[in-house]
Design a protein around this ligand. Structure first.
Ligand code: HEM
Length: 134
């Protein structure tokens, strides 16, 4: 297996782990178990995974000579992270957390669309996605 394929597998593993952990960490805000919210590993692990996700993504982008759709995707990832901070740090109540969470999921859908369709032209996405999966 070449280095590109290996890095892409690592990137995709981090994508799944990062999204699952983010949804889980947001979800436990609604469960009144204080101990679960202060588990140390749940605070450290997302940073480790997100760093590997970012580095592997940047390395893949470097190998592909930084195409335009990846740069736009990187900006959307940045917004996704900002909204994520909103959920974890700035939200003062559950309603605000839900608003930030909705923002982050919108960015995430855009990131996934760019990644899977390899274009920022949203009007082409339905055609590309249906060709890819159906
Ligand atoms: C929430 C964050 C991210 C998600 C959900 C995500 C998702 C994905 C997915 C699903 C793929 C596979 C696309 C395919 O099937 O070919 C992919 C590939 C890739 N990602 Fe990400 N990614 C994220 C962050 C990043 C970051 C921060 C970068 C860095 C600029 C990046 C750069 C790349 C590159 C260069 C590829 C390879 C594209 C190709 O093979 O044409 N990703 N990403």
């Amino acid at each position: 297996m070449n280095l590109y394929i290996l890095t892409k597998h690592l990137h995709l593993t981090c994508v799944v782990l990062s999204i699952s952990l983010f949804i889980f960490r947001t979800g436990i805000r609604w469960i009144p178990i204080q101990r679960l919210q202060s588990v140390k590993i749940l605070k450290i692990l997302p940073h480790v995974i997100d760093t590997v996700l970012l580095c592997s993504g940047l390395y893949l982008a470097y190998l592909l000579s930084f195409p335009y759709f990846i740069m736009v995707k990187l900006f959307a990832v940045f917004l996704y992270i900002l909204f994520g901070f909103g959920v974890m740090k700035f939200a003062k109540n559950r309603r605000q957390a839900l608003l930030y969470f909705t923002g982050s999921m919108t960015c995430l859908l855009f990131v996934l669309g760019c990644a899977l369709c390899k274009t920022t032209d949203i009007t082409l996405w339905p055609q590309i996605i249906s060709g890819r999966f159906f």
